[in-house]
Design a protein. Structure first.
Length: 616
């Protein structure tokens, strides 16, 4: 191939080339192939003793040979043979024996010839190792060549997809998994892998999404504004009643409310196991009555109120309530006689025989058995508040705000969660959780709860079998909603459980066959720890300086030239880089015609000229 220029200086992996006059063209026709000319971002080849050193153009400039003193009087810029074109090249790798490889064994030398990168060399650059399974989601933006992505190196890794609104990141995420499900491994994927998609904007819920057969897919519509229209997510007690999860749901304060919550949940789980709710709460009543001089009448009244709210209708409750309204407690005595507990006021105030107490105990137990787990927790926490406040071990002013938030939050969670003993066989191959109709508390809770639950389940399976026999893939769209690093700590010593869950997944998940894909328009808002642990990236157009700095600091495979291109990428264009790629590649991702996310830009003029009208 005819040389375009010659190396005139070398500085590390950067080489300067003096170009010949014939080289100033955007493309060349060579041996029947149209090859990209020496423009920024294009591949060029340095020939050195039969080895082809592959480089990319990172910059270009001109040098006026006849006007080195930059004199206006002797300006020769428009004279023949006055201007030389100078380009800078960055070494990417070498092609030896027909294979492209990354190596520092060969470096450019002054005097080496520079030529266009041939079709054969481009094939080697874009080629995948022999026999390796691949998918294709688009073509290289400059050479228009299909770009193959190795299935193993991509999907057995953590993936980040970043780009501004409208840049095409949703289409890229969808296309990536669509091609996977359309691969030759489709049937085995259905049997041996599960995919969980957290969808905040209802983009992936239409029929046919990801190309998955409908009987292998389940869309969970989470609806807190109209609970009757939503689905309930299967969750085990272990995760629903995790004090760390509930602390986030209730927005509990670390210094005062979290300790109360932890202790209460611990006691609640105990009585769930031994089935001793009524005896525990009647024991609390007896203790309150015995210590009436110390605790006063208010805790006793609160106990009766909570019990009535629970559904109890025993006449005994009114007797106790009426008795506590009497101010002369000096005459109230409590004693045990013949194993029958009696409370006597002035010789006649409500004699509480053991049989009456047993009737109340039985009523409480029946009510408890007929409540669901969340209702049980509500009332248990109400009794616990009475217990900790009666003897001043906890200040009510500290925990009352918690209860106000708790009641609202538990009402929300009750409408979207089904407590199950195990999640085995509860999920299909593809599970999409749409949170567009969920309130903010549920949007924070559900992704974290699902993520930890399915991660722990996958980890247990692999730990028990000592090998990976199944995989789990968690896909979070608009990940900045739940991985915001600014909220990492809610107090001085209590680390936010939310981020610790995802940081554990991204650090340890790979060894258990658990892989994370995150998509976001604001990578700067995501924890740097999480982004730094990603293995492969699809970077669409980003213009915010904070986002660009985050990528620059956390993506070791992103070279300077590719980094400089990010802010000028067109819609659907992405730089693909990471462990699975030999060199960063600029790719135009194909846009699906029929099966694609609900993320298209609205055409206002079409809307305004349409005859279709919608009645509110």
């Amino acid at each position: 191939m005819k040389p375009l220029g010659v190396i005139v200086s070398v500085d590390g992996d950067i080489s300067q080339v003096g170009m010949y006059n014939m080289s100033n063209d955007a493309s060349f026709l060579w041996d029947g192939d149209i090859l990209v000319g020496p423009q920024v971002g294009a591949f060029l080849t340095i020939e050195q003793n039969g080895v082809h050193i592959i480089t990319t153009v990172i910059s270009e400039k001109i040098m006026d040979q006849q006007n080195t003193v930059k004199s206006e009087q002797f300006d020769n810029r428009y004279k023949k043979d006055s201007i030389n074109r100078i380009i800078l090249l960055k070494t990417q790798g070498v092609i030896e024996n027909g294979n492209f490889q990354l190596t520092s064994q060969y470096v450019p030398m002054v005097g080496n010839k520079v030529v266009l990168t041939s079709k054969i060399d481009l094939d080697a650059i874009y080629d995948i190792d022999d026999g390796e399974a691949t998918i294709c989601i688009g073509k290289s933006a400059r050479e228009k060549r299909p770009v193959s992505l190795p299935i193993n190196k991509f999907f057995a890794s953590h993936i980040g997809i970043f780009g501004n609104t409208g840049s095409g990141k949703s289409n890229t995420l969808h296309k990536l998994y669509l091609e996977l499900f359309h691969s030759e491994f489709e049937d085995q994927i259905y049997k041996k892998s599960k995919f969980f998609v957290i969808d905040f904007n209802d983009e992936y819920t239409q029929p046919g999404q990801f190309g998955v057969k409908e009987d292998h897919k389940k869309v969970w519509q989470i609806n807190t504004s109209n609970p009757g229209k939503g689905d309930k997510i299967p969750v085990t007690e272990e995760y629903l009643f995790n004090p760390d999860i509930l602390a986030i749901l209730f927005n509990a304060r670390p210094a005062t409310q979290v300790p109360f919550l932890r202790n209460s949940i611990k006691e609640f789980l105990k009585i769930e196991q031994i089935d001793d709710f009524s005896k525990l709460e009647l024991g609390l009543l007896k203790k309150l009555l015995l210590d009436y001089k110390e605790v006063g009448y208010e805790p006793i009244e609160n106990w009766v109120k909570v019990t009535k709210d629970f559904g109890a209708k025993s006449k005994l409750l009114n007797k106790i309530l009426n008795g506590t309204k009497v101010t002369n407690y000096a005459k109230l005595e409590i004693y045990y006689k013949n194993k029958q507990n009696k409370i006597i006021y002035d010789g006649e105030f409500c004699s509480l025989e053991a049989t009456n107490l047993q009737n109340l105990c039985d009523e409480l137990e029946n009510l408890y058995d007929n409540k669901n787990e969340i209702e049980r927790l509500k009332f248990f926490l109400e009794y616990q508040k009475i217990y900790v406040s009666a003897w001043k071990s906890t200040n009510l002013e500290h925990i009352n705000p918690l209860f106000n938030r708790m009641r609202v939050a538990l009402d929300s969670i009750e409408s979207i969660v089904e407590v199950v003993p195990s999640i085995k066989n509860k999920f299909k191959c593809l599970n999409i959780f749409s949170l567009v109709h969920a309130n903010q508390d549920v949007k924070r809770l559900v992704p974290m709860m699902i993520s930890k639950m399915v991660y722990d389940d996958q980890k247990e399976v692999v730990s028990n079998t000592k090998q990976i026999t199944q995989t789990c893939h968690l896909i979070i769209d608009e990940a900045h909603n739940i991985l915001n690093s600014e909220e990492k700590r809610n107090g001085d010593s209590w680390q936010d459980f939310r981020l610790s869950v995802f940081e554990e997944i991204i650090k340890e998940g790979r060894k258990f066959g658990f892989f994370l894909t995150i998509s976001s328009q604001r990578p700067a808002d995501i924890s740097p720890t999480i982004i730094s642990q990603l293995h492969n990236f699809f970077v669409h157009r980003l213009v915010n300086d904070n986002d660009l700095r985050m990528l620059e600091n956390t993506m070791p495979t992103l070279d300077k030239n590719s980094y400089n291109e990010i802010s000028s990428l067109g819609q659907g264009e992405a730089i693909i880089t990471g462990n699975a790629m030999k060199v960063p590649m600029l790719v135009k991702v194909d846009k699906e015609k029929s099966i694609r996310p609900k993320s298209d830009d609205i055409i206002l003029t079409d809307l305004w000229t349409s005859d279709v009208s919608i009645t509110p």
